[in-house]
Design a binder for this molecule. Sequence first.
Ligand SMILES: NC(=O)c1ccc[n+]([C@@H]2O[C@H](COP(=O)([O-])OP(=O)(O)OC[C@H]3O[C@@H](n4cnc5c(N)ncnc54)[C@H](O)[C@@H]3O)[C@@H](O)[C@H]2O)c1
Length: 353
Amino acid sequence: MAKRIAVIPGDGIGPEVIAAGMRILERLNDARGLGLEFVHFGWNADQYLRTGISMPPGAMDDIRNNYAAVYLGAFGDPRVPDMKHAADILLGMRFQLDLYVNYRPVKLLHDALCPLKGKNRQHVDFVIFRENTEGAYVGMGGNFKKGTAEEIAVQEDVSTRKGVERIIRYAFEFAKARGRKSVCMSDKNNVMRFGGDLWLRTFKEVARGYPEIEHFHMFVDALTMQMVRAPEMFDVIVTNNMFGDIVTDLGAALQGGLGMAASGNIHPGRVSLFEPIHGSAPKYAGKDVSNPIGAILTAGMMLEYLGHSAEAAMIERAVVGAIEAGETTKDIGGNVGTKAAGEAVLQRLNLKA
Ligand SMILES: NC(=O)c1ccc[n+]([C@@H]2O[C@H](COP(=O)([O-])OP(=O)(O)OC[C@H]3O[C@@H](n4cnc5c(N)ncnc54)[C@H](O)[C@@H]3O)[C@@H](O)[C@H]2O)c1
């Protein structure tokens, strides 16, 4: 039976970069008999502004029960300042589908894209796992005496034993499966004592089950410094929702910029969501200038999750070929548009017509 993929281009540059990724996915699906069926959903700011509905009733259950994966562009539109539709759809899926692993590889594909002096592909090749369902993102808290000079705002940062343990265990399992040497857990337990204590205790306990893998702890401020100074010291990093959100943008910069980075929102064995890490970059929307490589590598990551590792590797090789030929968008030094940059990758898949 065909595996269904929900395709949600979203807002801003989302539709352009997802179109580039889809050309590659459809081509591989046909040429290599992957048995994927793509179903497109037009949930975005336009639809929300027109109808007041971000996702139709029953849609989340439909995705949960009838799809193998979701391929998503980005959300965010200046006409929806409270981001209601984005919260309903993207955060909605992360939470309601319990996509607890945020998987963000930081892999430099070409030396010329590295912003660090004296570093190259050998130095920048690690993976960040961000906890994706808890932390400061659960929306707990409130305002007291709002709008007055005495206003108080409280934002809770929630960590559960179950949530912390499963993301840490996933990081170790990943390291074991991929032959990675070490796992670094990063937090700020010198200040955030209660949550930090839970993270550190759990990390040490889980690590005992993986004696062959080195483990170490680093405060998140030190982590940001070391990612720049000595990125080669990292194999696998695991951290909470907020710190992960922040340090993965730094990771993207080490790879050549936001346009280059892919991510997966995963619940192992269940429907999972794959998206480039960049947002909707409204100022570039419809201009054929945005870099499609993040979305294309995301398509590869999704194929890998679905068991098609050979095709994922083909995509990465084709991306490297396009970068080497300089057939890329301006943000990484080329001079072609989004569509042409996507085609440059497509041609290098070396598939027979
Ligand atoms: N997962 C998501 O859907 C997601 C993630 C981040 C931001 N957002 C939303 O996107 C909107 C814009 O946010 P932002 O400006 O902070 O972040 P952004 O990632 O959209 O853009 C920041 C800057 O990064 C560069 N950039 C991003 N993607 C690029 C690409 N593919 N090619 C070339 N350059 C690229 C551009 O210079 C852009 O101005 C906001 O509404 C925000 O909330 C959504």
